[in-house]
Design a protein around this ligand. Sequence first.
Ligand SMILES: Cc1cc2nc3c(=O)[nH]c(=O)nc-3n(C[C@H](O)[C@H](O)[C@H](O)COP(=O)(O)OP(=O)(O)OC[C@H]3O[C@@H](n4cnc5c(N)ncnc54)[C@H](O)[C@@H]3O)c2cc1C
Length: 380
Amino acid sequence: MTKLAIRKVLIVGGGIGGLTAAIALRRKGIEADVIERDPNWSVYGVGIIQPSNVLRALHEIGLGDACIQNGRGFQGWRFCDAQGNLLGEAGSHNVLGPDYPPVNGIRRPALHKILTETTLGQGTLVRLGVTLSSWVEDLEGVDAIFSDGTEGRYDLIIGADGAYSKLRQQIFGDMSKPSFTGQGVWRHNFERPRDLDWGMLFFGGKSKAGLVPISETLMYLFVATPEPGNPKHPTDQLHTLLKERLAEYGGIVKQLSEQIVDANDVVYRPMEVVMLPEPWHKGRVVLIGDAAHSSTPHLAEGAGMAIEDSVLLAEVLATNGQNVELALTMFEQRRAPRAKLVYDVSVRLGEWEMAQWNGQPHGDVGALMNSTYTTLMQPI
Ligand SMILES: Cc1cc2nc3c(=O)[nH]c(=O)nc-3n(C[C@H](O)[C@H](O)[C@H](O)COP(=O)(O)OP(=O)(O)OC[C@H]3O[C@@H](n4cnc5c(N)ncnc54)[C@H](O)[C@@H]3O)c2cc1C
């Protein structure tokens, strides 16, 4: 067996991107240490959508079946007016074949459990409540200095520290701060009615709501809304504010809205985006996932892009790691067009929604989504 040039990597950030990177690297025989600043390694409780290209990437690192078993597969999306009258449906693309669902919904804590157990099971060292203070690079590798005063020697550092990446700021300065798109997303889990086995979208006059199956018993409700000025909503009022935003809906959404009573059950996030121009690396430090490219959730591909980054980066490092600059450039050349496509289309879909809510003309959403997913179903 050829000796690997990249043998030990430090991953900064223990989210979806960082953990899938650790798992993918280990499968290629590359050791990884993970540092995560959150001492509790916590995730919030709503769900995440995994289209077929994302299930394919998870499958490649041995996690596809676990995600499907712990989530709820579904065929595609049904479209309704605000009162819940069915307007049409569209099956989603499926690249894995008839044994797999085209889309999987999964609770974020369930995905986190799969990722953390696999990471730890592979023997990866995960240090919680620790960040990277600084690093010193030489021709052979990198010396990392941690916030707890300890040090470590690595061949490469992977920054998977999210949209507000400190590593990105340290390497590239403030050139790419996240920017607010004008929309926010409100989410709340509910018991899933047995017959709700597709994703559902409801088109309101001033917002878009949806229902996503995420387990045998659960689904989540989301509503995307205009949030002019990016207000900091009081956390103890989130339930009242969500109910106000659902007031225009009838049918099942209205029934669910009546069950919203606790601000702690509501998750609100403003839509904020980042697209770092290439290169995503400097020397022996490379950024992946939201740290390099963070999009709005219109295509439900943000975490998917982080997972695809991880799969490809591990492959490139295992095969071309003897020349770090070349390997990282190859990685970026293959990843940037896909990440940029997701970013551009997601932002455009948000703009079209806001135009529609303002009574202005907009493009053909279905055609744009279909052509984008067709591209994303091509191999990474
Ligand atoms: C409303 C909403 C809905 C979404 N829905 C979907 C969906 O359905 N499907 C989908 O694919 N994507 C979805 N996304 C996008 C998805 O959540 C992100 O793309 C994904 O979480 C990115 O993963 P990441 O690991 O790159 O970053 P993050 O999830 O942000 O993880 C970064 C990790 O790094 C840690 N960290 C940060 N700074 C440091 C530091 N200095 N040192 C050490 N650790 C650090 C953080 O604590 C965190 O654990 C959605 C996003 C939003 C906002």
